[in-house]
Design a protein around this ligand. Structure first.
Ligand SMILES: [Zn+2]
Length: 401
C-alpha cells in the first residue's frame, strides 16, 4: 500500500473510532433517527466539520450539512449516520467518514451531508431525508406515523429540534446540491468475488412490493372434506412458490416473501385469511412488470382451484435509478487509475444517492465486503479498501468539478 493510502486509511479509521461508542450494544449499533444517539452522532459530525473549517447546518428535513464558504449549489459527498437496530459499524458511517476525508483532500469547495433517517428503522420511512428533498415524501402521512412506543414522527422531530411544520418545504433545500457522490459498504459479495477493493455502481435495481390478501373460510381441520375447504394458507403457499418460480429464469431477480399474517392462526383450524407481502427486485423495471402480470394470472388459477379470493396490490414500486453517465464515467476512470477496475455493479438496496440521483447528477462507489453481511453487528470491511474508494471519489471530483 502506498504511504498516501496508508495515511488515508488511518484518517478514516480515526474518524470512525469517534462513532464507536455511540449506540453500541451487545449485538451491534443502534442509532435510530431523532434519538439521543442520533444527536450524539450529530455532535461527532459537527466536530469533523469544524476541524475542516466547514459550517454545520441542518436543513428542513433534518439532514446535516457541513458546508464550505462559497454559495450553493455544492458538489456534495456523504451518506448517513443512523443505523438499523443492532446494525453494523460501517453502513452509512463509513460513507460520512470518507466524505470528510474527501472534503479535506480536495481543493474544490465540497459539502458533506449526513441524510436523516436513511434506514427508516423507527418509522419504517427509509431514505426519509433524501426523499424529503426530492419531494417524494407524503409529508402529512409521514408526520402522523408512530414508533413502537406510540411517539409520532411529528413529536420526535420536534424533540430533536427540527420543526415538522417546515418539512414540506424541504424540497427547496435540494437547490444546495449540484451533484452528489456516496461511498457505501457493499451489501453483497460481488466486489469481493470480482477481486476489487471498490466498485462503481451503474444503477439501483428496480423494486416492487406487493401486498396480497387471500380470503378463505375458517373451518374444522378434521371434519372439513378436501373439496369443501377454502384454505387461505394453502393458497398462499402456492402463490409464494409461483412468485419464486416466475423469477427463477433470471439470475439477478430476487423475490422475498418477507411477511405473512394468518387468521385465525390456530393449529386445528383451516385458515380463513392470509396477508402476504412479496418484495421483488430486478435489474430492469420491465422484468418486474412481466413478473407481476404472470403472478396475477397464476393467482387466478390458484384462487379458482382453492375456492379462495386473492387480491394483489402494489404497495410500493420504484423503477430504479440509472446513475448520471458523466459521474459514472469519471468514477469508473478513477477506479481504473486506482487499480480497482471491476465492472460497474447494479445495487439491489435503496440509497440516498439513488433518491438524489432522480433529480441531480449522482453516483455511488461501494466498498468490498468479503462476507457480504450488513445490517448486523457482524458487518465488516477493510478500511484500506474504503481508502481506495475515497481516492477514487477525490480523483473523479477533480475531473468533474
Ligand atoms: Zn446505508
Amino acid at each position: 500500500m502506498s504511504a498516501e493510502l496508508e495515511q488515508l486509511t488511518e484518517a478514516i479509521e480515526s474518524r470512525l473510532a469517534g462513532l464507536d461508542r455511540i449506540g453500541i450494544g451487545e449485538e451491534g449499533f443502534t442509532r435510530l433517527a431523532w434519538t439521543d444517539e442520533d444527536a450524539a452522532a450529530a455532535r461527532w459530525f459537527t466536530e469533523q466539520a469544524t476541524e475542516l473549517g466547514l459550517t454545520v447546518e441542518r436543513d428542513r428535513a433534518g439532514n446535516l450539512w457541513a458546508i464550505p464558504h462559497v454559495p450553493a449549489p455544492w458538489f456534495t459527498v456523504g451518506s448517513h449516520l443512523d443505523t438499523v437496530r443492532d446494525g453494523g459499524r460501517y453502513d452509512g458511517a463509513l460513507g460520512v467518514a470518507c466524505a470528510f476525508e474527501i472534503a479535506a483532500a480536495s481543493d474544490k469547495p465540497l459539502a458533506v451531508v449526513s441524510f436523516a433517517d436513511e434506514e427508516g428503522g423507527r418509522y419504517n420511512s427509509p431514505t426519509f431525508g433524501s426523499r424529503a428533498l426530492v419531494g417524494r415524501l407524503d409529508v402529512p402521512e409521514a408526520l402522523d406515523r408512530t414508533d413502537a412506543d406510540g411517539v409520532s414522527l411529528r413529536q420526535a422531530m420536534t424533540e430533536a429540534g427540527v420543526d415538522p411544520a417546515l418539512l414540506a418545504s424541504a424540497t427547496e433545500d435540494l437547490s444546495r446540491v449540484k451533484a452528489m457522490i456516496e461511498i457505501h459498504i457493499d451489501q453483497s459479495r460481488e466486489l469481493f468475488e470480482a477481486g476489487a477493493a471498490a466498485g462503481v455502481v451503474s444503477s439501483l435495481a428496480s423494486r416492487m412490493r406487493l401486498a396480497v390478501e387471500i380470503l378463505g373460510e375458517a373451518d374444522h381441520a378434521g371434519t372439513t372434506r378436501r373439496e369443501e375447504r377454502r384454505d387461505a394458507m394453502a393458497a398462499a403457499a402456492r402463490l409464494i412458490v409461483s412468485a419464486l418460480d416466475l423469477a427463477e429464469p433470471n439470475p439477478g431477480f430476487v423475490v422475498t416473501p418477507g411477511k405473512l399474517l394468518v387468521e385465525p392462526n390456530a393449529p386445528t383450524t383451516v385458515p380463513s385469511r392470509v396477508q402476504l407481502w412479496l418484495d421483488a427486485r430486478a435489474t430492469a423495471p420491465e422484468l418486474l412488470e412481466k413478473w407481476r402480470a404472470e403472478l396475477e394470472q397464476g393467482a387466478q388459477l390458484i384462487a379458482a382451484a382453492g375456492r379462495v379470493e386473492i387480491a394483489i396490490e402494489t404497495a410500493a414500486h420504484s423503477l430504479g435509478v440509472v446513475f448520471d453517465e458523466r459521474v459514472r464515467e469519471a468514477l469508473q476512470a478513477a477506479a481504473v487509475a486506482n487499480g480497482s477496475s471491476a465492472d460497474a455493479v447494479v445495487c439491489f438496496a435503496g440509497h440516498d444517492a439513488g433518491v438524489i440521483g432522480e433529480q441531480r447528477p449522482a453516483g455511488m462507489v461501494l466498498v468490498r465486503n468479503e462476507r457480504g453481511v450488513s445490517h448486523s453487528g457482524a458487518e465488516y470491511v477493510e478500511v484500506a479498501d474504503a481508502a481506495v474508494a475515497t481516492r477514487i471519489v477525490i480523483d473523479a471530483i477533480e475531473e468533474l468539478a
